[in-house]
Design a protein around this ligand. Structure first.
Ligand code: SF4
Ligand code: SF4
Ligand code: SF4
Ligand code: FES
Length: 957
């Protein structure tokens, strides 16, 4: 029997999806009761909505009805036989009987057949209590199996345990196809098929391969859909059926999927994507669903540590001693070198409330504006470019909006790897017939994958985004395809005239830029015509847009393109930055930039300063503080001496590693707050243990501006949540903070920030999530921005001339290196490397085109030295035609690969966002590691020794 918790969860499965909202209502009779439902509802769903749960096996409400198991039979007046309720549409006036002797006998007969070919090991089955087959046997009253168990069966079928997160036991399979359909309909990977017919039919991953070797991306949708123990989470098998659950939000990417953390005591049994989650609707990727083991990994540091210099061992101390030590250092450094000699970095992995507190500590307790965030190195150009053109520094749409798009442009983003759940939704729309245009130097998965093919792939050379986006707009304007009425009514006409004159200049034509971009003019023209010809065109972009010397220019060029085609201000359209980290939107919203207080208000504005100053009881400096690169420069120059870094690994993630590590080594005091001794923490003198997302309350804001709850499911392993650590540090510095719960921090944010006025924990509990702005004008939030009017009034076209980057290829460095992510790893890999995800990606490799490899005598798997003017590292080669000749590609998830040793200090002209995506390099076959890698290995060994001395067994509690 299921426990009460499981029964409750299952009762929420309505059997089949509901019809589109807004349809008319019909009334039918079910077991004598009148039931009113939207037209298009199935009989099964109508009954479930009326709390009558018809037995079922092949149906579930996340999948289209299939009608194969014949368990859900009902009687319908005027219809012959016993129709399947999951595939029969409810009609007005219909009279349905869900239970009588004939129905019961038939259902029992069906169940008998299933059970006769099923192991009878319920009591010892690890998923006993989490099995729909078991429940249905009970529901239909099956007591005996007349056929016996001796006949031909599948009970000896071999179990597949290749996937580290779930097992596949075919002996328990009832061939209901739910897994196959989940993989197709929900995930869009098409990794599973039913092979064979009749008795021979069986589920098969790819070409009858083990799951791990197949095309499966381990999203878990099939596991969730499986009604038996055939596909089962390892966590469930090892820990047993959960006892309670807590709704929280994934701490990985900017999709912000909602999950039920299913618990036994303080232990997470499994993470189940929340069907009511507005960003994910019950879907997830491998990271959110399975890769949470890092939270309790043995490498977690649970006690504060201090030391005088980075060359000596750590000393474990009490929280009080650590805070006092840190505060004395900060104060003495400020007394000696001035107020501006210290600063802080907020974390895009921490909650809004925690980020808000760090910037408040810097501005109020440090007394300067030297605060910045990792968005500096990813989406700062988005903030700049969208604010300048549309008036708000954020994406314009909900993810669901893509289901109304007719044509989608994806620029410099690889959603199937970096934003997988949104990619699945986008692929669903593409399978429904929307067109796709991809701008990317690589042939990313979206260009060609199962049942998805881009109409145009503009395989541009890295660094030429502005030229290509301008060329698209040039075609639209020169062929008169622009949205004239939208432009006249919604946009600033003077700005438009200037832009029109600029964009029509033949220097922006596809023919003129061809040599530079490498994109054939007819491809640009075709893509431009396609985009302008469809009613709803949406643009999605990622770090392949922002991380360039012209990142901000490209963002503005994208906004121009959307405005000139009238694609802003309704569903199905818009400009949508795909944010990398879970809370990068939130960290920007919360005032993490040195020139902006929360809500993107400039520190030079006296009224804003007075507002915050009065609430905080301090005078806020009117001068913008230092950005991260300025802090590093000043550290090397000897004028910047101390930093407080919360949850950010700049030593691995920021460009030009030599410069960054020089800067960090030059500091007199570095306070790192993190869950692991990451690369940055190896340069720290104070280590404050952080808490994972499972150990605290707060909120994250995803790429759709959606504020979602993060809820504590276990106590902080080190005793304090991150917000408490910042509060205690502020107190030690003599600045009073006395919040008793993060909800009070959110109340303060709402009091001070016009776009958050209506946000509260009570409203979050009621609505599940809220998209800002949320205030008197939009009490329940704003899914789509700029409806009727732009936030800035009129949309502002900006002239966006293409300026080639200084980072050009030369005889010495003839290749262009560009970087990206991979599905199984996340950012610097600190979390995912401490999970089983290494099974998919245990090292960063260098993708190189066969032509370039052959020229250099490089074979697949060879060690390749990669040199740039910044530094040199060594990676293993993978020869691939996904990349064009002259371009090489790598990821940056492993510190030892040193991708950022090679990237340079070039950056965006407006925001200093580093030009990660373009580095001129040479690649050559080598036989030994680079000097940097040797030094890195030695330094790491030293630092681990310093750590291990602090963590002597007798001291570890
Ligand atoms: S593995 Fe599960 S979902 Fe797939 S066919 Fe078998 S019983 Fe159905
Ligand atoms: S885990 Fe996801 S990708 Fe893999 S087979 Fe299941 S549904 Fe398909
Ligand atoms: S798509 Fe992003 S938010 Fe969703 S489960 Fe995966 S990593 Fe988490
Ligand atoms: S649930 Fe309706 S036929 Fe299987």
């Amino acid at each position: 029997m299921s426990n009460a918790y499981e029964t409750y969860q299952r009762a929420r499965d309505l059997g089949t999806p509901g019809p589109e909202a807004g349809t008319k209502l019909i009334t039918l009779t079910i077991d004598g009761d009148e039931v009113t439902v939207p037209e298009g509802t199935t009989v099964m769903r109508a009954a479930a909505l009326h709390n009558v749960h018809i037995p079922k096996l092949c149906a579930t409400d996340s999948l289209e009805p299939f009608g194969s198991c014949r368990l859900c039979l009902v009687q319908i007046e005027g219809m012959k036989g016993l129709p399947a309720s999951c595939t029969t549409e409810a009609k007005h006036g219909m009279k349905v009987t869900t239970q009588n002797k004939k129905i019961a006998d038939t259902r029992r007969g069906v169940m008998e057949l299933y059970i006769s070919d099923h192991p009878l090991d319920c009591l010892t089955c690890p998923t006993n209590g989490d099995c729909e087959l078991q429940d249905m046997a009970g529901a239909v009253g099956l007591r005996e199996v007349r056929y016996g168990y001796a006949g031909e069966n599948h009970l000896d079928a071999k179990k597949d345990t290749s996937n580290p997160y779930f097992t596949f036991d075919p002996s328990k399979c009832i061939v209901c196809s739910r897994c196959v359909r989940a993989c197709e309909e929900v995930q869009g990977t098409f990794a599973l098929t039913i092979q064979g017919r009749g008795f021979e039919s069986k589920v098969s991953p790819s070409q009858n391969q083990p799951f791990l070797d197949s095309e499966c991306v381990s999203c878990g949708a099939c596991v969730q859909a499986c009604p038996t123990a055939t596909l089962s989470e390892v966590g469930l098998i090892e820990k047993g059926v959960p006892e309670h659950s807590v709704i929280t939000t994934c701490a990985y990417c900017g999709v912000g999927c909602s999950f039920r953390a299913e618990m036994k005591g303080q232990e997470v049994v499994r993470m189940v994507p929340n069907k009511d989650g507005h960003a994910n609707h019950g879907h997830s990727c491998v990271k959110g669903r399975f890769s949470f083991g890092y939270a309790t990994h043995k490498d977690r540091i649970k006690r504060p540590m201090i030391r005088e210099t980075i060359h000596e061992p750590w000393r474990e101390v009490s929280w009080d001693e650590a805070f006092t030590f840190a505060a004395i250092k900060i104060k003495s450094i400020q007394a000696k070198y001035g107020k501006g000699s210290v600063g802080g970095i907020t974390s895009s992995r921490c909650t809004n409330e925690e980020t808000y507190l760090v910037q408040k500590l810097v501005r109020a307790a440090f007394g300067n504006n030297n605060v910045d965030t990792c968005a500096r190195v990813c989406h700062s150009p988005t903030g700049f470019g969208l604010k300048a053109t549309l008036g708000e520094s954020a994406g314009t749409q909900s993810f669901d909006s893509v289901m109304k798009s007719d044509v989608i442009i994806v620029i410099g983003a690889n959603p199937t790897d970096a934003h997988p759940v949104f990619a699945s939704q986008m692929k669903r729309r593409l399978r429904q017939g929307a067109s796709l245009i991809v701008l990317d130097p690589r042939e990313i998965d979206l260009v060609r994958s199962a049942h998805v093919e881009a109409d145009f792939h503009l395989q541009l050379r890295p660094s030429t985004n502005v030229a290509v986006v301008n060329a698209l707009a040039h075609v639209i304007m020169s062929e008169g395809l622009e949205a004239k009425q939208f432009i006249a009514e919604r946009c600033d006409n003077e700005g438009f005239r200037a832009w029109k004159e600029f964009i029509l200049d033949p220097v922006n034509s596809p023919e003129h830029v061809f040599e530079e971009t490498g994109v054939p003019p007819e491809v640009v023209r075709g893509a431009a015509r396609l985009f302008a010809s469809k009613p709803n065109g949406a643009i999605y972009y990622g770090l392949g847009v922002t991380e360039h010397s012209q990142g901000s220019t490209t963002v503005m060029a994208i906004a121009n393109l959307a405005m000139c085609t009238g694609n802003i201000g309704r569903e199905g359209v818009g400009v949508n930055p795909l944010r990398g980290q879970n809370n990068v939107q939130g960290s920007c919203d919360m005032g993490s930039f040195p020139h902006e207080l929360p809500g993107y208000r400039h520190v030079s504005d006296a009224a804003t300063r007075a507002l915050f100053g009065n609430e905080w009881g301090v005078q806020i400096d009117a001068n913008p503080g230092m950005r991260i690169p300025n802090m590093f420069d000043a550290a090397v120059a000897g004028t910047f001496k101390a930093m407080y870094i919360q949850g950010e690994d700049v030593a691995q993630s920021d460009p030009d590693t030599h410069h960054v590590t020089n800067a960090l080594s030059s500091l007199e005091c570095m306070i790192v707050q993190d869950i692991f001794l990451n690369e940055t923490a190896k340069f720290a003198t104070v280590f404050l243990p952080g808490s994972s997302f499972l150990e605290k309350d707060g909120t994250f804001t995803n790429a759709e501006r959606r504020i979602s709850p993060v809820r504590k499911v276990m106590e902080p392993l080190a005793g304090l949540a991150d917000w408490e650590v910042t509060q205690r540090l502020a107190q030690a510095l003599g600045y009073p903070m006395s919040y008793t719960h993060p909800r009070e921090i959110m109340d303060e944010i709402a009091r001070l920030t016009p776009t958050f006025t209506g946000v509260s924990y009570d409203k979050l509990d009621k609505l599940g999530s809220i998209q800002w702005p949320c205030n008197d004008k939009a009490v329940n939030g704003t899914p789509t921005m700029h409806i009727g009017e732009f936030v800035r009034g009129k949309g502002s076209f900006k002239v966006t001339p293409y300026v080639p980057t200084d980072e050009v290829t030369t005889r010495k460095y003839p290749l262009l290196l560009t970087t990206g992510r991979i599905l199984s790893q996340y950012n610097v890999g600190a979390q995912t490397r401490r999970t089983e995800n290494g099974k998919w990606h245990d090292e960063d490799v260098l993708e190189i085109h066969p032509h370039d490899a052959e020229q250099r005598g490089i074979d697949d798997g060879d060690w390749v030295g990669l040199q740039s003017r910044a530094g040199e590292t060594v990676l293993r080669a993978v020869i691939s035609e996904r990349i064009q000749p002259g371009v090489v590609y790598t990821t940056f998830h492993h510190p030892f690969s040193g991708a950022n040793v090679v990237t340079t200090d070039n950056s965006d002209w407006a925001t200093n966002c580093p030009e990660y995506k373009v580095t001129a390099v040479q690649a050559s076959k080598v036989t030994k590691l680079s000097d940097w890698q040797m030094k890195f290995a030695k330094f790491t060994e030293e630092q681990l020794d310093h750590l291990n001395r602090a963590r002597q067994p007798e001291k570890v509690g």
